[in-house]
Design a protein around this ligand. Structure first.
Ligand code: ATR
Length: 275
């Protein structure tokens, strides 16, 4: 039986094993998919042992996506563009890296939520690894322009530079957000509310107009501050990252097993458990 796993640190609360098990039941495929805790210093050894023990595919989450990129013998263009890998496939004695996060987000928004991203002025909050995947996917999905704002401005500048679309993608300062007009799409890709003791999310309400879609790529507790702000600011649509999680898993499942799962029942089940 082929073995699959999600690697992260911490990993205990990952929903990925449940999601992949549900997809496998749907497809009538027998597979083993576990969660493997991998402290960053041990990830290369743990991944090698996994392959030796029959591991054929891995999902990778925080804080290992950049390492997974470095450990990949080949990379898809989208993984290369993002500089991070969330999906590893074992083939010909090597790990091959892909990144399905951005595609998962766009599929959730345009499919499940039936929202058109094209032509929207977009604001991306955050410039870490997760934000990089989101930025490239939003540009591919046809947003009109993409402003990036980050606590550390130099990282926003670096992200925008790497996108290579000057004029369309640009960085802005937090303190200058009230002069940037309004946006039809605002995405929170920071990790500010992960972990404990997160404060409120604050930003000018002038960022929002009558059509604004607000998205947090986090879900559960970690999405509460931004989504509370988005509701208070009057955003028309407010979406958390649960659908993105299920869709990026579906992309990986299709890559490994050649079958595209029906994500709706899995999403509905997880949604019913959310606070
Ligand atoms: P990830 O892989 O989740 O993107 P990361 O690469 O460490 O993790 O990036 C975390 C992002 O959340 C960054 O944009 C970070 O801002 P900085 O670049 O200034 O560090 C942002 N972030 C984390 N904690 C934050 C906080 N308390 N307030 C604002 N932004 C925060």
């Amino acid at each position: 039986e082929a073995r699959y796993a999600v690697f992260g640190h911490p990993i205990a609360h990952s929903l990925s094993p449940r999601i992949h098990a549900a997809f496998a039941r749907q497809a009538g495929i027998a597979l083993q998919y576990t969660a493997i805790d991998a402290p960053p210093g041990q990830f290369p050894d743990i991944l090698a042992a996994f392959a030796t023990g029959g591991g054929r595919g891995g999902n990778v989450t925080m804080p290992l996506k950049e390492q997974a990129y470095a450990l990949s013998a080949t990379l898809t263009p989208r993984a290369r563009a993002v500089g991070a890998v969330n999906t590893l496939t074992w083939r010909d004695g090597q790990w091959h890296g892909d990144n399905t996060d951005g595609a998962g987000l766009v599929r959730d928004l345009t499919g499940r939520h039936a929202l058109d991203l094209r032509g929207r002025r977009a604001l991306l909050v955050g410039a870490g690894g997760a934000a990089r995947g989101v930025a490239a996917a939003l540009l591919d999905a046809g947003v009109l322009e993409l402003a990036v704002v980050n606590r550390t401005p130099a990282r926003a500048d670096a992200l925008v530079d790497s996108l290579g679309q000057p004029g369309r993608a640009y960085s802005r300062y937090w303190d200058d957000l009230s002069n940037q007009g309004d946006f039809e799409l605002i995405v929170n890709a920071t990790s500010a509310a992960r972990g404990t003791g997160a404060g409120a999310f604050t930003a000018p309400m002038t960022l929002v107009n009558s059509r604004t879609l607000a998205v947090d790529i986090n879900y559960g507790e970690a999405a509460i501050p931004f989504l509370a702000w988005a509701r208070a600011a009057g955003c028309l649509h407010v979406v958390d990252g649960l659908g993105m999680l299920v869709e990026q898993a579906a992309e990986a499942f299709e890559l490994w097993h050649g079958v595209r799962p029906d994500t709706s029942p899995v999403y509905d089940e997880l949604r019913a458990e959310q606070v």
